[in-house]
Ligand binder design. Structure first.
Ligand code: BG6
Ligand code: GLC
Ligand code: GLC
Length: 866
């Protein structure tokens, strides 16, 4: 088993371990009417069932069913004939049912070894158990059934799922106190399935959740293990079978073979003169004359000698009194061995389950099914006794399947139908988030147009604000500087010492929401209090160091040290600040607090601070990008393109304020109803529409709105709305980043969501993950389209065939999300193939950049003085 799970190719493992696509045991809420078609479990018969699942635990409706005998010629004929026969039986059965036959959903129980590639895709590996139809091995049996149903034309039936009989047996098990995670069938053939940890199944390449694996132990044929127990009778039986050399283990256990084994032993003993006075009969000497039913009856101690006598007489034998007892003995020996071998295999499965779960003791329920289990008096008790002996650390309860697994197949079908419907709804919901190349190229083109208009001072959603930063540091700057950094996750005060390198001491202060959304006075008083506290702690009280102020909001600058706040963004809304010079607001607060005058030299956007900070290391860094609470970019533009700033030569850094891109309606085509809900509920509806599709402050909210929608459709959380999910902002960016981390198993995703107070199943967790992926992927791609527009503009500005440029980046989303940065880079490469773009992550925040801008300004001022 372990070799096969690991995917070992050579030598070929002795069992197949075929993964099914059943990933969870039933909830008990499955409901609906299902048609089940069973082929291959019980000898030459085919069964059709109508199963009604009520969705209520303990409330069962008896299935209707009909059995059809498959003619021998069909079992050994052309495959098409077999499937046509099945389609014919189906419609004969349905004709007789009084119920409506609209929208029929069928579960196909097909009990042969198959490679499954989906809940409704399954390729037959090889026939077993007396079937040998041509043209079926290597084919998808679901498709063959669909084709036959269509050829027949009587009913429109959707074949939703295909399962092995062991899986049907396991899934149909009544929900008890302990989970039923093993299905055992001993019918014509024998096999078992169990729930394995997906990460142990090499072929699946899936580290999340569990999957039901069909062991296909019938083909177990390890020479070392089986050699000592194989008898001459086993060899003869194998030799004369339809599939010599195959299914050796099954041939010692399966109901198709037990009668034949007894016959071979009896014939041998008769020939040796031990039985029947040395006499045989033509029946005793012909294959298949003793059936499982005969063995079961003869072995039954309550049957009495007369019944054994009668059966032997029917075989043309004349048994004496001692013969009856001996024959009973032979039957018991053959069946005991079968039950014991089966128990040994089951014990192996149980210990595998225990090891896989890394548990000391295992409590588990095993669902049992098949005629041998059901009708053979001693089989089950020997099986159970032997399992206890071989796997004493497992506490096993055996639960007989109620209706031959039909209910379980219906369960799987119900789950499959539900999953398929849910998947369709999920896909429909997420489709608008999946942007193709053309859509992204259109965003790039629109951004480019808006840039040009903004630069010219024409109406545009991009303000393209001049920053008065004209040069990056040259390394000759020196001195001590204070810096403030307001507008991201943290408010910081910093002391920056620029010598041959840069040394930073900083402290984080919190800005309570009540202050961010209170009065402007309160906000700036608070800022001054923090500065005073910092100065005191650093022994700087009384000094007036040059100060650079990173202020991460849109400002119209008239010079380096003047910035008029145009409007608040990102959850700030302090009154009486918009339209004011932020440096003045700060100075007024200093006066109010009677603090020592500050020498504010520069006010700097965080994008600019980031560009400058990275520019100190890499002179090619001419773009600053932020993807954090908000999003924005700045870059070095040719002064001749900037209206409103005197001068035509040289460059100036432009703060694009691209968060507002689309506020003129130009992004309407891409905006979903979830974006609209997030926008409406924000404190600045209609504003920052691009930012609201990209940045950390909003992605969690978009996800939450999608989850609410999927819950209302019944796709998630079993359709139950929770108070928790109605709570704004429960989904932080950090959760998105955690959930999407590749190293996380699905159960960890579940744990994160459970910590948030959302109780959910693995299926739910997988969907939440897909929602997060779709939302963050769109964000990264839109951001990439923006960067592509910027780099292409710079390239064309300079008339270059190729441009090599670096982008300094900061922001929690960009830095913490596992895939965001690579998706941005990939999108830029796709949309701006003529630019070679290097992304540099800023390590020191924008405060350092603000200090550097200040340092450059001081250096230049000194020069002018000189
Ligand atoms: C850093 C700055 O550069 O990144 C912040 O120092 C800035 O002030 C931030 O706004 C953006 O990141 P976030 O995730 O904190 O908004
Ligand atoms: C055979 C089949 C297997 C089935 C078992 C019991 O071994 O190969 O798929 O589960 O019989 O019916
Ligand atoms: C918001 C601000 C902008 C800032 C960005 C990133 O969009 O308006 O100035 O650069 O957030 O913090």
């Amino acid at each position: 088993m372990e070799q096969a799970l690991r995917g070992q190719a050579s030598p070929a493992p002795a069992v197949r371990m075929l993964p099914t696509y059943v990933g969870s045991t039933p909830h008990g809420t499955e409901q609906g009417d299902f048609v089940v078609l069973e082929l291959g479990a019980t000898g030459a018969s085919l069964r059709v069932l109508w199963v009604t699942l009520t969705g209520i635990e303990g409330h069962r409706v008896e299935p209707r069913s009909q059995e059809f005998v498959i003619p021998q010629a069909v079992m050994l004929g052309a495959g098409q004939q077999l499937f046509d026969f099945a389609a014919h039986c189906l419609s004969e059965f349905l004709d007789a049912q009084p119920m409506s036959k609209q929208g029929l959903q069928l579960g196909f129980s097909f009990s042969f070894p198959c490679h499954q590639t989906g809940l409704d895709r399954s390729t037959l590996i090889s026939w077993t158990k007396g079937f040998r139809c041509s043209g079926v091995e290597g084919q998808d049996v679901v498709q063959l059934l669909r084709d036959a149903i269509q050829r027949h034309g009587a009913y429109n039936i959707d074949v939703v799922a295909v399962v092995n009989d062991t899986v049907g047996t396991m899934m149909g098990c009544e929900l008890g106190a302990r989970p039923c995670e093993v299905g055992l069938v001993v019918d014509t053939g024998t096999n078992a399935c169990y729930m394995e940890e997906a990460r142990h199944v090499a072929v699946l390449d899936e580290d999340r959740g569990r999957v039901c694996v069909s062991v296909e132990w019938g083909s177990f044929s390890d020479a070392g293990a089986l050699g000592p127990v194989l008898t001459t009778f086993d060899h003869t039986l194998d030799h004369e079978s339809l599939n010599p050399g195959a299914q050796r283990f099954e041939k010692m256990i399966g109901g198709l073979y037990l009668g034949e084994l007894v016959r071979l032993v009896l014939a041998h003993l008769a020939r040796r003169g031990v039985l029947f006075g040395g006499g045989t009969s033509p029946a005793l000497l012909s294959r298949g004359s003793i059936l499982l039913e005969h063995v079961a009856e003869m072995e039954d101690p309550s049957a009495g000698a007369a019944r054994v006598h009668a059966i032997l007489q029917d075989l043309g034998l004349s048994p004496g009194a001692s013969d009856v007892e001996l024959v009973q003995h032979v039957c018991a020996a053959v069946c005991t061995r079968a039950a014991q071998l089966c128990a040994a295999a089951l014990a192996a499965v149980l210990s595998r389950l225990q090891h896989g779960r890394e548990q000391q003791t295992l409590q588990v329920a095993v669902a049992t099914g098949g005629r041998v289990c059901e009708r053979h008096p001693r089989f089950c008790s020997i099986l159970q006794g032997t399992v206890m002996l071989l796997a004493p650390e497992c506490d096993v309860s055996f639960i007989p399947s109620v209706d031959g697994g039909g209910r379980g197949v219906a369960m799987v079908t119900a789950v499959a139908a539900r999953l398929a419907a849910h998947r369709r709804l999920l896909e429909e919901t997420l489709a608008p988030f999946r942007l193709n190349h053309d859509q992204l190229a259109a965003v790039q083109a629109q951004m480019r147009k808006a840039m040009v208009k903004g630069l010219r001072g024409e109406a545009s959603s991009l303000r393209m604000l001049p920053t008065f930063v004209r040069a990056t540091p040259d390394g000759s700057e020196r001195g001590d500087f204070l810096a403030l950094d307001l507008g991201g996750t943290n408010f910081r005060v910093l002391l920056v010492r620029v010598t041959t390198g840069v040394q930073i001491t900083s402290q984080i202060y919190s800005i309570p929401e009540s202050v961010a959304q209170g009065s402007g006075k309160q906000l700036f008083d608070h800022i001054v209090d923090c500065i005073m506290d910092f100065q005191q702690k650093q022994g700087l009280s009384g000094q007036s160091l040059p100060l650079g102020f990173t202020f991460s909001f849109p400002c119209r600058q008239l010079g380096l040290d003047q910035g008029i706040l145009l409007n608040w963004t990102k959850g700030f809304n302090a009154s009486d600040c918009e339209g004011q010079d932020v440096v003045n607001l700060l100075r007024e607060a200093i006066t109010r607090r009677q603090a020592v005058e500050l020498n504010v030299v520069a006010i700097v956007n965080d994008t600019v601070g980031t560009m400058m900070s990275c520019g100190y290391e890499d002179p090619r860094c001419e773009i600053g990008l932020i993807v954090g609470t908000g999003t924005n970019a700045c870059y070095m533009e040719e002064l001749r393109n900037v209206a409103g700033v005197p001068g035509d030569s040289g460059r100036m850094c432009i703060n694009m304020e691209w968060g507002a891109f689309g506020d003129d309606g130009s992004l309407a085509m891409l905006s979903t109803c979830f974006d609209a809900s997030v926008d409406q509920a924000s404190i600045n509806p209609g504003k920052q529409r691009f930012e609201k599709m990209i940045s950390g402050m909003y992605l969690g909210e978009i996800v939450r709105h999608i989850l609410l929608h999927l819950t209302s459709l019944g796709v998630l959380f079993r359709g139950q709305q929770t108070q928790r999910l109605q709570t704004r902002d429960i989904f932080k960016t950090k959760f998105l980043s955690e959930i999407e981390s590749d190293s996380l198993a699905l159960r960890q995703v579940r744990a994160i969501l459970e910590d948030l107070g959302l109780p959910l199943t693995s299926d739910d967790a997988l969907m939440v993950l897909e929602v997060c992926q779709a939302v963050s992927q769109r964000a990264a791609q839109l951001c990439g389209a923006g960067v592509a527009a910027v780099v292409e503009k710079i390239r064309e500005n300079r008339g270059l065939e190729k441009l090599a440029v670096s982008v300094g980046v900061d922001g929690t989303l960009y830095k913490l999300h596992p895939h965001f940065s690579s998706l941005v880079a990939a999108t830029v490469q796709e949309l701006a193939p003529r630019c070679v773009v290097t992304f540099l992550q800023s390590e020191d925040g924008s405060g350092k950049g603000a200090a550097l801008v200040t340092a450059v300004a001081c250096r230049l001022a000194q020069l002018t003085r000189v």
